[in-house]
Design a protein. Structure first.
Length: 277
């Protein structure tokens, strides 16, 4: 497919670093993130109070920054309201089910925000590229996915779909960092290694996914993720702009005066954690 035949969204995805911006300082990043976290807490109260149902999908290549963005989204809100779903490979039983069946069970009920760290779009991406499904199964999914998402939205769920786009150079840097940094080795799966040399295959899969499933009622939002700090701030801000909420009034909280008459010490022999630091 020539560049001129690509959709505007696909062309935008191909040029993730056209206008590089100076790196955000840690101080600026943390200051802006704190403001967004405060707004997310307000949104959480509104979701709980009004019974909203929100479903947020994060997709992208390995190393695109999905995990870090999801962590930034959820680290200051309640896990009872903001629920992250990262499904493992299907079991033998699940392989015999209708493909979308195991995802339906995780859709939000009233008062919930469900975040999919990869989703039913596995069929359009990794399953297609790695040969885990047939071309016919992929095509059937691409044709049927918009109908499925229309049913989700018609049921009252707010559905947001994000594709995090990263360049091959930055992806390679991040994957190598996972190899070298003992804190990150758990992030590197055998599938990451197998997928590494299939960049063009994933590009074709992405383009077909956009072609069939970027609809007016359920569009894809593309976030350039070369700069991890910026993409987190941009995505969180975008979510807040697309989930309607208001700041509910709260009664002022004041701690009462506390009287302690019994010593906190105990006569029971305690096993104290050694203070090595």
């Amino acid at each position: 497919m020539s560049k001129k035949n690509l959709s505007p969204k696909t062309q935008a995805a191909e040029h993730a670093a056209i206008s590089p911006k100076p790196a955000l300082s840690e101080k600026t990043y943390l200051s802006e993130l704190r403001k967004l976290h405060i707004e997310l807490v307000k949104m959480q109260r509104w979701v709980q109070e009004r019974g909203l149902k929100v479903c947020i999908i994060f997709e992208g290549r390995d190393g695109a920054g999905k995990g870090g963005t999801i962590k930034a989204l959820t680290e200051r809100v309640s896990p009872r309201t903001f629920r992250v779903v990262a499904l493992p490979a299907p079991t033998d039983r699940e392989k015999t089910q209708m493909y979308l069946q195991r995802y339906i069970a995780h859709l939000p009920a009233a008062g919930e925000v469900v975040i999919f760290d990869r989703s039913w779009y596995n069929r359009a991406g990794v399953e297609r590229v790695m040969g885990f499904c047939t071309p016919e199964q992929t095509q059937a999914f691409l044709v049927g996915a918009p109908q499925f998402e229309k049913a989700i939205i018609d049921s009252g769920i707010i559905l947001l779909k994000y594709w995090l786009e990263v360049t091959p150079e930055e992806q390679e840097r991040r994957l190598r960092d996972r190899i070298d940094d003992g804190r990150k080795t758990w992030k590197l799966s055998p599938m990451d290694i197998l997928s590494f040399n299939r960049w063009d295959d994933y590009t074709s899969a992405r383009d077909d996914m956009f072609k069939y499933t970027d609809t007016e009622f359920s569009p894809w939002f593309i976030a350039h993720s070369e700069d991890k700090k910026r993409v987190r701030l941009n995505v969180l801000s975008h979510i807040l702009a697309h989930v309607p909420y208001e700041d509910l009034p709260q009664e002022p909280v004041k701690l009462p005066k506390r009287k302690i008459k019994v010593s906190s010490n105990t006569e029971h022999p305690l096993r104290i954690v050694p203070e090595k630091f």
